[in-house]
Design a protein around this ligand. Structure first.
Ligand SMILES: [Fe+2]
Length: 431
């Protein structure tokens, strides 16, 4: 344990080794890269033994605990060496932050309809700029941050004004603009995701850049293979699967590109269970940014028009993606769903009246009409008689966000979920 100290608010903050954490401690922060720690939350009470194991196995250098809000480690007979002072999260200079001061344009919240008009202009501009950037990369020219950084700020401001307008617009893509528009879409989704994670402004911009460049390697894949509607040959499949490494090579050692963009470009097709490519990394071997990139990439791909399939609706996509085992980081998946403000049918949500509920159906055109079936009281920790209610905006119970069934330790979640969905009339749509 390092010497303890008090922060500006008078809290007792102690640096300890990851190996020394135990349940009952209040986590105040982590020392090391944000991408190395296994949680999206910054501060929380450590209650779960699984979380203890995750911290011990993580690559963080030290854990900062708040002795006022939780347990502190027992003193050891020998004095352990002090840990170095906490480094900043950023591991390299951030050229975007250096060149671009925080935007002065207004980011006052606007309605979906108002922002859609503005977002349409940003999307039109994006097509041209991102198209030119990708073509330049195809010709072997270096990517110039100055050409696209203002665009990333415009996308960020649009997402801040209304987080659904631009992300909704960019789902509509024609065949010939798919790769560019997919990049703009993943840029906007990454920014929205990073904002939900409460990351700092420079990191949010870098995440946007990572989204914009994640599929740069597609420039090295023949268009006829990218657009092929039929079954790919083994050779074509191999060519497509080479795009992360090709993109990484195209970025090269360009000092203007943040490391997080290289990481997401190279690793956005890795899966948590190790079945992804190009390296078959698994779990904590995949950075937080790459896990976020994987979610945004797949979400936009499955909700977009493609030559070989009809798009899934956003709620259908989120519902299905949340059920895939081993592909995504499940905690980040829940944050992503919450970042979009959509609640897929069949998903678990927490209400503001201490109840958990299953979403029965969700009208995408009218977010104020969500049918749910509350079934569990979180204060009494007991199952409730099934009822069905409509969540109406600003009146009655409200949805606080999605929940992970694992957190509640239901004996057999799939069976419980099935029985709740099977009860009562009119539930077949969610089955
Ligand atoms: Fe990709």
């Amino acid at each position: 344990m390092s010497p303890s100290g008090a922060d500006g608010a008078g809290r007792l903050l102690v640096h300890i080794k990851p190996a020394d954490v135990v349940t009952g401690m209040y986590i105040h922060g982590f020392v090391g890269s944000w991408f190395d720690h296994p949680f999206w939350r910054k501060k929380f009470l450590l209650e779960d033994e699984d979380d203890v194991i995750k911290i011990r196995q993580s690559r963080v250098e030290a854990v900062i605990i708040d002795g006022e809000r939780g347990a502190v480690p027992a003193p050891k007979p020998a004095v352990a060496p002090s840990l170095p002072p906490a480094p900043r999260l950023a591991t390299q200079p951030n050229p975007m932050a250096r060149r671009y001061a925080p935007p002065t344009a207004t980011t006052k919240a606007t309605s979906f309809r108002q922002e859609t008009k503005r977002a349409a202009r940003i999307v039109e501009k994006s097509k041209k700029q991102v198209g030119a950037m990708f073509e330049a990369a195809r010709m072997g020219q270096a990517i110039k941050i100055a050409d696209v950084a203002p665009l990333i700020d415009e996308i960020r401001e649009s997402v801040e004004r209304n987080n659904k307008a631009l992300t909704n617009l960019v789902r509509l893509k024609s065949k010939d603009e798919y790769t560019y528009m997919h990049s703009v879409a993943v840029c906007a989704l990454m920014i929205n995701f990073a904002r939900k994670l409460d990351l700092d402004e420079a990191t949010i911009r870098n995440m946007g850049m990572a989204g914009l460049l994640h599929d740069l390697g597609k420039m090295a894949v023949p268009q006829m293979i990218l657009d092929k509607a039929g079954r790919l040959t083994d050779e074509e499949f191999t060519t497509i699967r080479s795009h992360p490494e090709r993109g990484h090579a195209l970025i090269g050692d360009n000092p203007e590109i943040p490391d997080v963009a290289r990481d997401v470009c190279l690793h956005h097709h890795e899966k948590m269970d190790g079945t992804g490519y190009p390296f078959g990394l698994q779990g904590n071997e995949i950075s937080m940014a790459a896990r976020m990139g994987a979610i945004c990439d797949v979400y936009d791909a499955v909700t977009s028009n493609r030559p070989y399939k009809d798009p899934w609706s956003p709620c259908m996509a989120l519902g299905r993606m949340a059920q895939w085992r081993g592909h995504f980081d499940e905690r980040l998946m829940q944050v992503f769903i919450n970042s979009l403000g959509l609640y897929p049918a069949g998903g678990l949500v927490r209400l503001n009246d201490h109840r958990l509920a299953l979403v029965i159906d969700n009208c995408e055109d009218d977010p104020s009409a969500i049918r749910v079936r509350p079934f569990y009281c979180t204060s009494r920790l007991q199952l409730l008689d099934p009822v069905e209610i409509m969540i109406v905006q600003d009146r009655g119970p409200q949805i606080l966000g999605t929940e992970r069934p694992e957190f509640w330790h239901f004996d057999d979640w799939d069976a419980l979920r099935g029985s709740i969905l099977a009860q009562g009339p009119g539930l077949s749509a969610a089955a």
